[in-house]
Design a binder for this molecule. Structure first.
Ligand SMILES: N[C@@H](CCC(=O)N[C@@H](CS)C(=O)NCC(=O)O)C(=O)O
Length: 330
């Protein structure tokens, strides 16, 4: 039995959940308290989720890509890596590169979008069981959500999205991926691997960021992702996606136009990094309950004056395309 310590909406957790299901390994999920992580304190490894404890071997390990590599080495049936060593290494490098770029940037922009459009979701995600579910109730939720939002803003630097060029870096990363996946079905070799699983999982938060989810140039990437979800039996939407869609339908608008971006043709393509990575990097900044109030101006600015402008709500084109393709197949 494998215990998976998790925050259920985390895209890094979804990577590992998917790998466990793909390999048909028995596992059970343990939800952690996001701000204390007290359930994981006994384990001598980095205190991030996903973290697994394999009760069969006694191994405890965190960090999604090393976890998947451990699963592959310990339980080689239903492989997620190719047999060829050079292809294996390419899969590994894709995983580390996507963890260190796409995973971090998509997380920043996904939470930014939630803060801009439906911040009350934050209390539901982060404090579902605090004081017997008090903060999941309407009035309390409205009080608690900005505090969670301030904490997250400081931890992941949402207020510096513009100066850190997060939108631009993501575009530069995704456009070549689109080209590659329009040519081939998978990132490495001719089979589904942990590299594809990583890309499809880490892309999840961008499904609520209209700058990406609605970009005509990226529709085929989201169709590719959604078809993988459907063929592999993954949840197609996460609850925060449903919450933000409901909010958009109610208000008739979405925060979509990134006012400082140049027209696509004027942008410089960033050079693709090619150095070999050993570990994935992370971007969490230290924040304590005492320093959280420093986040108030940043949070308010992000919520009301982020420079991401309202547009009329419409569903992304890929949603219609994916569904009609699946219906067509059926
Ligand atoms: N590179 C790590 C990233 C894991 C990570 O950053 N997890 C977040 C959840 S998405 C976490 O543990 N957050 C807890 C915190 O910020 O204290 C991986 O691939 O597992």
């Amino acid at each position: 039995m494998i215990d998976l310590y998790k925050l259920h909406w985390s895209h890094y957790v979804e990577k590992v959940r998917w790998a466990l299901d793909f390999k048909r390994l028995p596992w059970r999920g343990i939800d952690i308290a996001a701000f204390t992580k007290k359930e994981m304190r006994g384990f001598d490894c980095a205190q991030t989720v996903p973290l697994i404890h394999d009760t069969g071997t006694g191994v405890a390990i965190s960090d999604s890509s090393p976890i998947i590599r451990y699963l592959e080495e310990t339980y080689p049936e239903r492989p997620l890596f190719p047999a060829d060593p050079s292809e294996r290494e390419r899969v590994w490098q894709w995983m580390l590169r996507l963890d260190s770029t796409l995973g971090l940037y998509a997380r920043r922009l996904g939470y930014t979008q939630v803060i801009m459009e439906c911040p009350q979701t934050l209390a539901e995600l982060f404090l579902p069981n605090f004081f017997g579910g008090l903060f999941a109730r309407r009035g309390w939720r409205a009080l608690a959500s900005p505090v969670v939002g301030m904490m997250l803003t400081l931890r992941f630097r949402f207020h510096h999205n513009r100066q850190d060029r997060i939108y631009e870096q993501l575009e530069a990363l995704l456009i070549p991926l689109v080209r590659r996946l329009e040519r081939d079905d998978f990132l490495v070799g001719g089979q589904f691997t942990a590299a594809d699983l990583t890309l499809a999982s880490l892309l999840r938060p961008l499904r609520i960021v209209p700058h990406f989810s609605h970009a005509p140039s990226l529709q085929s990437l989201f169709v590719w992702q959604e078809q993988l979800f459907r063929t592999q039996g993954r949840d197609v939407t996460f609850p925060y996606e449903d919450a933000i869609r409901a909010q958009r339908q109610r208000s008739g608008s979405m925060r979509s136009r990134v006012s400082w971006m140049q027209a696509p043709d004027d942008r410089q393509a960033a050079p693709v990094e090619r150095e070999s990575l050993q570990v994935a990097s992370n971007d969490q900044q230290p924040v304590s309950a005492w320093t959280v109030l420093r986040g108030l101006p940043a949070y308010l600015k992000l919520r009301w004056f982020s420079g991401v402008k309202k547009m009329p709500y419409m569903p992304a084109a890929y949603l219609g395309i994916s569904r009609s393709r699946v219906l067509h197949r059926a």
